[in-house]
Every structure is written in C-alpha cells, then in structure tokens.
Design a protein around this ligand. Structure first.
Ligand SMILES: *Cc1c(COP(=O)(O)O)cnc(C)c1O
Length: 475
C-alpha cells in the first residue's frame, strides 16, 4: 500500500477514545494517562508508516492494533509488580535480576518497617534524635575493626561521597589500570571527575609503580584511591602497587588511602579459602583509611553502599551536605541491620547469597540427579538429559575468573531446539532463565530454591511440549 493510503487508515485520538474497551479502561484508570498512550501509539504507527516500515495492514486494521497496544501496556504497567524469575543460570549475584536474594528474617524485618512507624531516627526512651544509620554502622565497625562507618544508597554513591569529601576541592590519585567501568552505569573516570577537583591519573593501563603514587603525593594529591578491578583482569606484563605499600606511603605522607573494594567480602565462601582476595576484616588490618563496597553483592543484603574507615574521615563524610542527598531509606536499613545481625550470630545459612555459594558440587550434583530422574520419564523420545560438570559464576563483578564448581542438568534437544526452548521459558510467568550451549540447555540448581524446582520442572515439560510456531503465551 502507498504511504498516503496507509496514513488515511490512522484513526483519530477521539475515535480510539470512544471505543468501548478504551472507555472501560478510562473508567477504572487515569484518563490523562490513557489519552497519552493512545496519542503515543498513533504517533508510533505514523512514524513507522512514514519511514516505510509498514507495507500493509494485517488483520483487523490499525485502530484495532492501536487499541490492543494500549490495553497491553496498561495491563503491564499497572499490574503493580515485577515478574518473578527462576534463575537457573547459577549466577548468584545477577545485577539485572536484582542482585541479592534476601532471607526470610530479613524480609520480615523489612515488612515490619514498611507496615508501621519505627524508631528510625529517635530514641523512644529519651525522645532524643538519633542517626538512622547508627546501628548498621556500629555493627559494621564492631565486626570488622574499622573505627566507624556510614551507609548510603549504593557503592557508586559511597565512592562519590568519599571522594567529594576528601578531594572535592583538591585532587584524587588513581592508577590508569583501575579506571574501570562496571556494568555500564558505573564509570569510575566520570564519577571521579564529578566528585574531585582534579583527577591525577597514574602509570599506564598495565603498569603502575609506587614511584607514580609518590610523585602524585608530591604534586598535591589529597586522596589515594585504589579500585578493585572487579569484572576484568589484566595479565602478562603487569605491575600494580599493593594496598599495604599504599598504606605505608599514606602514613609517611599524611595522605589518606581509600580502597573501593566493591564486592563486600565479609566471609570466605565455599571453596574460596585459597583465593588471594582479602576479606573486610583483613582489609581493616592493613590500616587502609577508608573502604567502600556494595551491600547487595557478596554481603548479601539489600541495595546499599558502605563506607568503613577512620572516624575522623567518616565523620567528615557524614557532615557533607551530599550525605543527605545519598541517604538510605528505612527499608534498606532494616534489611541491612538484620543481615548484619545474621553475620554477628554466625547465621550464614540465613543469608541466601552465602548459602548458595556454600553449596558444594556434590550437594548440587545430588539435587541435579534427582531433578533429572524426575524429568526423564516426562520427556519425549529424542531428547536426552544428563548431568555434566560446570561452574557457577558468583557474579556482580566479583571473582570473574573463579566460578564455583557445580553440576549442571543438561537437556540435549534437536538442532535449534535449545534457543527456542530458552526463549519460551523466558516468556513464562515466572520467567525461567537457563544457559544455552549448542543444542543443549543447562540448568544450574545452585540458584534455584527447592520450592522453585517443581515449577521449573513443569515449565520445562510444557516448553518442550509446545510445537514449532506454537503459542508462547501462558494460560
Ligand atoms: C559494584 C561495584 C561498584 C558499584 O557498586 P553499586 O553498589 O552497584 O553502586 C563500584 N566499584 C566496584 C569495585 C564494584 O565492584
């Protein structure tokens, strides 16, 4: 069809609004919102027609297509909830899936704070004003050996607040080998250039020497920053200065040393004993002045950013006006305090990130065998199922080269079947995420709770049963 005649098919906003299905939506929803959705949908179609992307109008016509679009979007955005996902990828800390899963008692604590008033910033005996993050900060400092702590919204905010406080009118020194980007939205160079008066970049991508840091200090650096490289590694002809050497330089020169540790490693997890990474307590022992990390990575708590360090520096950060901009809410703090109290009591099994990481390949193998055995009789001929060795990436930019040993359930399909099944499973509710390798899908039960196993099994049987080109919608 010609562009002009296609355009003539576009209904007016008024026409669409007068359709009974749309007026029904208006009667139970935002009139302003629905009008805008109708306008946007018409505009979208006009744009695609003008661009020549619409060759013909299929089915029941443009007006019907627009009405369907509006109804679908209203349904999606007003459902008042996110789609649950079963994570069979084995990636424990998956940022796009919401990072840490929180344990039952932590959820109860969050629910308590959500459903009523709490003593967030007041001592209910004396009615004196208190600091909202004081309890979490106290727990952090008592357990790690750092003098004091402050909590903000995430680790990016923690780094920003620390650098702005200590080098906002001055200079921060950082190695070029550590000017990293983490997950697309955290680009250290951008954050540093906003937070510090000046960024002194040291060394080269692969090699930075103590003498580079010494020169930066002589050139007036107010803060030495070391950054965990997280999700990338450099190897070969490389050299970096250890935190201990930097702390020594800091002590000699009076310049504070900060480490953006990132992951928040409080306790070594399953099979991690021999890894070189220092935990937070060991970091405190080095004498580093400030560290920053995320609360929803290895720590296993709600989204937050923690700053631990010398009380004089932490108190300067706390009284920075930006601290108010970056402050955490009551839900975060209640969840974080409960998570920390689990650490205090050694209740690591109540922190899902830790209990998932602690599962051995043998334990997962036993679950995988059972799962495969219950699935096998349900599978049609020609589809094989077996158990194979693999690795569970911890995720969140932590330990990129050290996946935890695991056992995977492998379902071997016909050519092209794995991609198709994986897509069908993603479209389910709850959505199911699996790894695809050639013609197989791989299931890592490390990140699947026992309650989810049955649903996972049902979804797989259903997905395999759907013929080529069959419906992808759930009943
Ligand atoms: C994850 C990470 C960040 C960003 O933390 P968010 O809590 O996501 O803001 C910053 N630095 C390092 C080293 C990290 O690993």
């Amino acid at each position: 069809m010609k562009i002009e005649s296609l355009l003539r098919e576009l209904p007016s906003v008024e026409n669409v609004l007068s359709d009974s299905r749309i007026s029904e939506l208006v009667s139970t929803g935002s009139r302003r919102g629905i009008k805008r959705l109708v306008r946007e949908s018409i505009k979208g179609w006009r744009g695609r027609i003008m661009a020549g992307d619409v060759k013909e109008i299929k089915g029941t016509g443009l007006e019907e297509a627009i009405i369907a679009e509006v109804i679908a979007e209203v349904k999606e955005i007003t459902a008042g909830g996110r789609r649950r996902a079963i994570n069979a990828l084995g990636v424990i800390i998956h940022t796009n899936l919401g990072r840490s899963v929180l344990g039952e008692e932590v959820r109860e604590e969050i629910e308590k704070s959500a459903s009523g008033y709490i003593d967030l910033e007041v001592d209910l005996d004396s009615m004196e004003r208190t600091r909202r993050e004081a309890r979490a900060a106290r727990l952090f400092s008592l357990m790690t050996g750092f003098e004091d702590a402050h909590i903000v919204n995430n680790n990016a905010a923690a780094v920003f607040l620390a650098v702005e406080t200590l080098a906002g009118g001055g200079a921060v020194a950082v190695s070029r080998g550590e000017l990293v980007e983490i997950g697309g939205s955290f680009r250290l160079p951008e954050i540093l250039s906003k937070a510090a008066g000046r960024v002194i970049e040291l060394g080269t991508t692969n090699r930075t020497h103590l003498s580079d840091y010494r020169e930066a200090v002589e050139a007036g650096a107010d803060l030495i920053l070391k950054v965990h490289r997280s999700n990338y590694r450099i190897s070969g002809y490389t050299d970096e200065v250890s935190l201990r050497e930097l702390v020594k330089l800091g002590e000699e020169s009076g310049v504070p040393v900060m480490y953006d540790q990132g992951g928040g490693l409080f306790r070594r997890m399953g099979g991690m004993e021999d890894r070189e990474e220092m935990d937070i307590g060991e970091l405190a022992d080095t004498g580093v002045n400030i560290i920053a990390f995320s609360c929803d990575k290895l720590l296993g708590g709600p989204q937050g950013g923690a700053l631990l360090g010398d009380s004089e520096l932490i108190s300067r950060m706390r009284s920075n006006h930006l601290a108010r901009v970056l402050r955490v809410g009551k839900l975060t703090l209640s969840g974080l305090e409960k998570t920390l109290s689990h650490y205090w009591h050694g209740e690591h099994g109540k922190i899902p990130v830790l209990s998932m990481a602690d599962l051995s390949a043998e334990e997962i193998g036993i679950r995988a065998e059972k799962f495969a055995a219950s699935l096998r009789p349900e599978l049609p001929d020609g589809i094989d199922i077996s158990i194979t060795e693999g690795g569970s990436p911890i995720g969140g930019g932590t330990f990129p080269n050290n996946p935890l040993p695991t056992m995977l359930v492998e379902i071997i399909l016909q050519s092209g079947g794995a991609e198709k099944l994986s897509r069908l499973l993603r479209g389910e509710s709850p959505s199911v995420l699996v790894r695809v390798r050639k013609d197989s899908i791989l299931i890592d039960l490390r990140t699947v709770s026992r309650n989810e196993e049955n649903i996972l099994k049902e979804k797989i049987i259903r997905g395999i049963g759907i013929p080529e080109g069959g419906s992808e919608n759930n009943a």
